[in-house]
Ligand binder design. Structure first.
Ligand SMILES: [Zn+2]
Length: 308
């Protein structure tokens, strides 16, 4: 008995097959279609070679607003269009039950059950990827509110700030995310073509990870850019602690690997912003055990529970 897991992120569609959710390995990566209506076919075509008679179900995590009851991708910030019947269409194509959920919900489930949040009652997962996704797991189950709990990337932290794909200005993810770090990297490389950021990119389009490389080499501009982003990260986390008081924050997503230059100022801002500092215990903040694969592990868990 095995399941197929798919993580449909803002940039890539990552998929794998496993007999044990915690051990799911990546079998392939393809770009996420820019047109949301094309996502079901892209998923079905990508994973079809993995679906043999031992596969009982498919779990799909997607960025954006997901109606997990109907398996519908209601809205994606990274692909045009919405109200896509992702689950039903993939199920019809593959002849297997398909579970669809928000990718951060699934990452939160994976980390709470099997990862860095195991043993804590209330686990807040914050995924710093193309945008910022959030998931809240209490007593081992995903909290959903009326269906869309955890759209934390669209909390407005800076009114009038940078434009976000959701249409607002100054959203948290417009201030700190893989997208915003990439924008900073391109700005610094364009301003200083002989500088460390441009050198780190080595002729490629500069990305957030090049900021981290430049910062580790001591580049003051890259350090300042990551420091400013880290402060926004910490401020947003402080708001979430004020509202929710979770037992632990699990930080995941590709941009969470940006290193000390991002995370140290985030920790300072988190500690300083929680008004009761000194009167309440600091909230532990830990790195996701499954790293950028947390959503894939969660998709495998959800698929396993759908059938067995
Ligand atoms: Zn937004």
């Amino acid at each position: 008995m095995a399941v197929v897991a798919v993580d449909c992120g803002g940039t890539n569609l990552v998929f794998g097959r496993t007999r044990s959710p915690g051990a799911v390995r990546v079998a392939g990566v393809v770009p996420t279609p820019r047109d949301a209506a094309a996502i079901p076919v892209a998923v079905a075509v990508a994973v079809a070679p993995l679906v043999d008679e031992s596969v009982t179900a498919v779990g799909v995590g997607s960025a954006g607003l997901v109606d997990s009851r109907r398996g519908t991708l209601v809205w994606s910030p990274h692909s045009a269009g919405g109200q896509v019947a992702l689950g039903p269409e993939v199920a019809a194509a593959l002849g297997r039950p398909v579970v669809v959920d928000n990718d951060a919900n699934l990452a939160a489930l994976a980390e709470a059950r099997l990862g860095a949040g195991a043993g804590y009652r209330m686990v807040l997962f914050v995924g710093l990827g193309t945008g910022i996704g959030g998931g809240l797991v209490v007593d081992g189950a995903v909290e959903r509110g009326r269906g869309f709990l955890g759209e934390i990337g669209h909390m407005v932290l800076k009114p009038g700030g940078p434009v976000c794909p959701c249409g607002q200005r100054g959203c948290w993810e417009a201030l700190v995310s893989g997208t915003s770090l990439g924008r900073e990297a391109r700005r610094l490389a364009a301003r200083n073509p002989g500088g460390e950021v441009a050198r780190a990119a080595g002729g490629d389009t500069p990305r957030g990870e090049h900021l981290s490389v430049a910062a580790r080499r001591g580049d003051p501009e890259a350090r300042a850019a990551l420091g400013a982003a880290g402060e926004w990260l910490g401020r947003g986390l402080a708001n979430l602690v004020a509202a929710l008081d979770p037992d632990v924050i699990v930080l995941g997503g590709g941009a969470a690997n940006a290193g000390r230059a991002l995370l140290a100022p985030a920790r300072v801002a988190l500690a300083a912003s929680v008004g009761e500092a000194g009167y309440r215990a600091a909230t532990p903040m830990v790195a996701a055990r499954f790293g950028r694969r947390a959503g894939l592990v969660g998709a495998a868990l959800a698929a396993e529970e759908a059938t067995w």
